[in-house]
Design a protein around this ligand. Structure first.
Ligand code: GLN
Length: 346
């Protein structure tokens, strides 16, 4: 794309959240309204995930001023899985820059499942975007380091800085996925055959499997998300993790592809960038406002947490987070009105 924007000063778009008390109540509401929902099934293609308790449910919202609101099982640790893709991408973008990340990994949706091999074939071996397995493997292959251990240390340190605490590995999940991830090995080999990754594919899959096995809580996800909402500074620790430009680019990719083939529906209903993982985690980010972290293991057919999506949809509406929703200039009432009365209002 030729956009001629070099050197243009970029302004940020932010808005106000409701008061601390209101956010606190709405987070409780998001939990209470959805705790009885039983739809969805726990992922079982990674054997260690199949034993997750479907009743677990937590909702956490971290504001960019560092306030954290929580309801339910927000301290329960689970493997981050695909949500790691967004944060590793941010760390790699920080190292490589906008143009190289665009060229090497891509930013367009595949419209296909997260572990699709066909998506690679249909696109001449291009991994397409960092939120699906092919693009995530291509991203992990770009992580700096001379050895797999160095690359792993870079990822573990970086994701820990996003969370504001040292994140550990779930060795049970790591070993279980290592024994059953032939499909990811095949994807890495296919990318190698197309010349899309030059690192050793076996090592790349191993580091990727470790990054997916990092243990986080819903609260961690909220803080990690809030770091992306806060121009790259962790609002709890005050540490800068990535640059503002990298946050902007990462959120754009999450908006386009974070929920795989359901990304359009997600954006239509919820209107902020998000990323899901098969252990039941979900993170959503309202730039300049909050990070939302939820955890509930039962998933829909695309692999996205059912209760997580519902709680996030409620919070997006009630906290006024949808980036596509606007008020009318000069009218103090900032609420969206029902479309059935739209004609009468104007
Ligand atoms: N580790 C998982 C995999 O690669 C992550 C998938 C996911 O969370 N959608 O299959």
């Amino acid at each position: 794309m030729e956009l001629d924007v070099d050197g243009v000063a970029e302004r940020v778009s932010t808005g106000a959240l409701p008061s601390w008390d209101d956010v606190e109540h709405l987070v409780q509401d998001a939990f209470e309204r959805n705790r009885g929902v039983t739809a969805g099934t726990v992922a079982d293609y990674i054997p260690a995930l199949a034993v997750a308790d479907p009743a677990l449910f937590g909702v956490s919202v971290a504001e960019v001023n560092g306030a954290v609101h929580s309801a339910g099982d927000v301290g329960h640790a689970f493997s981050i899985q695909s949500i790691s893709k967004a944060f590793v991408y941010a760390l790699v973008c920080e190292e490589l820059g906008h143009e190289l990340a665009l060229e090497r990994v891509g930013v367009n949706n595949t419209g296909l499942a997260f572990n699709s091999v066909m998506a690679i074939e249909l696109n001449d071996g291009h991994p397409m975007n960092p939120m699906v397995n092919a693009g995530a493997l291509a991203t992990t292959a770009l992580v700096p380091g001379a050895t797999a251990d160095e690359r792993w240390a870079f990822i573990q340190d970086g994701l820990s800085r996003f969370a504001g605490r040292r994140l550990g590995l779930d060795t049970g999940v790591y070993e279980s996925e290592t024994a059953t991830n032939q499909r990811n090995q095949a994807i890495a080999r296919l990318l190698e055959s197309y010349g899309r990754i030059t690192a050793d594919p076996v090592e790349v899959v191993d580091v990727y499997t470790r990054q997916c096995s990092l243990l986080v809580t819903a609260r961690d996800l909220a803080v990690m998300g809030a770091t992306l909402a806060d121009g790259g500074v962790n609002p709890v620790t005050g540490e800068r993790v990535v640059s503002q430009h990298v946050c902007r680019d990462t959120l754009a990719v999450m908006a386009a592809s974070g929920l795989y083939e359901q990304s359009g529906e997600w954006l239509f209903e919820i209107g902020i960038p998000g990323k899901s993982g098969v252990a039941g985690g979900l993170v959503a980010i309202a730039p300049g406002k909050v990070g939302i972290g939820t955890f509930s293991p039962p998933l829909d057919a695309a692999g996205n947490s059912v209760r997580g999506q519902r709680a996030t949809a409620f919070l997006s509406r009630s906290l006024g987070l949808n980036v596509f929703a606007s008020g009318v200039h000069g009218r103090p009432d900032a609420q969206l009105h029902d479309t059935s009365t739209e004609g009468q209002e104007r």
